[in-house]
Design a binder for this molecule. Structure first.
Ligand SMILES: [Zn+2]
Length: 236
């Protein structure tokens, strides 16, 4: 059988697709899905982000540790708006240029309609494998800058999914268990649940270690610090 879950004997456990970037948020969400009894299918999307290779390495290891049924990685391109995540032409703020207390509402790291596109791809995969949920790591920290992390996004997305699947399919439901949490809450919860935080990759860049300077690294460091959890990350 292929790795797409099709034509397999009926699973005893219900299935959930977990949209996983390899970062802490989506990894904690996937850990929750597993804890709730789902057979999990990790789904990673490369869209031209600078850290794609590191993310993929992380998701591959996370899938193994969480005993995912599969890890599906797909690639597309979402670089039309010249996001600082995808192109060297846009400046990626580092160090003092980042203010994590007052995040920008127009961050240079914005990727046009990212969660709409990635959520749709994950939902399509969920319909194909017969998964009833799509777990995502949307959270209150990201929602400060990115509107596609907010509850309103999920509330509008789910009714659309009901109208998006075949008549013989049960529409998958987007599940965002971290939607009201900030980074330190996510670290605390992840540590409590035994999520493999040490395997996650947050950095926007693809160095051998986390840069420690970009916005994602700064949020990660502060998250561990505020949660009072030992940070296993090696920073450059
Ligand atoms: Zn970084």
């Amino acid at each position: 059988m292929g790795d797409d879950g099709l034509n397999r004997p009926k699973a005893i456990r219900p299935k959930a697709v977990c949209l996983c970037s390899g970062g802490m948020d989506s990894t904690v969400a996937a850990t929750i899905a597993k804890g709730e009894g789902y057979e999990i299918y990790l789904f990673h999307v490369g869209y031209g982000q600078k850290a794609e290779r590191k993310e993929l390495e992380a998701v591959t290891r996370i899938a193994r540790v969480l005993e995912a049924r599969t890890m599906k990685a797909v690639h597309t391109d979402l670089f039309w708006n010249l996001s600082a995540l995808t192109t060297a032409k846009a400046h990626l703020p580092v160090g003092d240029e980042v203010d994590i207390q007052n995040p920008s509402s127009t961050p240079p790291t914005w990727v046009c309609c990212r969660n709409l596109v990635l959520g749709s791809m994950a939902a399509a995969y969920a319909e194909a494998v017969g998964a009833e949920k799509v777990y995502v790591g949307f959270n209150a920290e990201e929602a400060r800058s990115y509107p596609d992390n907010r509850p309103e996004f999920v509330e509008r997305f789910n009714p659309l999914l009901e109208k998006s699947v075949a008549s013989f399919s049960r529409p998958p439901v987007i599940e965002a268990p971290l939607i009201s949490l900030f980074k330190s809450d996510i670290v605390s919860l992840g540590a409590k649940l035994g999520a493999p935080l040490e395997l996650t990759w947050s950095c926007y860049l693809e160095g051998e270690t986390h840069c420690g300077e970009c916005e994602a690294c700064q949020h990660r460091m502060r998250g561990f610090e505020e949660a009072g959890v030992v940070d296993p990350t090696g920073y450059r």
